[in-house]
Design a protein around this ligand. Sequence first.
Ligand SMILES: Nc1ncnc2c1ncn2[C@@H]1O[C@H](COP(=O)(O)OP(=O)(O)OP(=O)(O)O)[C@@H](O)[C@H]1O
Ligand SMILES: [Mg+2]
Length: 138
Amino acid sequence: MKTIHITSCEELPQVARAIVEALGSRSVVALRGAMGAGKTTLIREIVAQLGAADTVTSPTFAIVNQYRGSGDRRIFHFDFYRIEDIREAYDFGYEEYFYSGDICLVEWPEKIEPLLPDERIEVRIAVDSPTARTFEIE
Ligand SMILES: Nc1ncnc2c1ncn2[C@@H]1O[C@H](COP(=O)(O)OP(=O)(O)OP(=O)(O)O)[C@@H](O)[C@H]1O
Ligand SMILES: [Mg+2]
């Protein structure tokens, strides 16, 4: 496990780099943390480092947003916050994403816990102050 402490958003690139480096053959990243902890903000930095020029915002009306990284690599950004029943994830075909090898960045993985692949990276975000955060990557 790697722990990174930062005191402002300006240090997020190093956190994103650590996550991208930790990926290896894995493609799913579960990001956990309270509302406003910085899941979307960190995903924005990860997506940028993967070479995508797309604008990153939480999927509001859909569950998933798609971006394109360098080499036309597909990146999927999920936000399961609004899911009320895990069946919604089945209906939506989560397997085709999680087992595709395409990068999947997942906010609110708690909502679909049993569906998360064992092969994944876990990122936990703790809020230390309005601008300071601690990230645990494993
Ligand atoms: N060091 C930091 N790292 C990340 N975000 C920070 C940091 N300092 C301040 N922030 C601010 O905290 C907020 C994090 O919001 P963000 O939408 O990323 O949270 P979230 O975890 O995705 O929340 P939600 O559960 O609602 O989706 C942003 O306004 C961001 O600018
Ligand atoms: Mg978010």
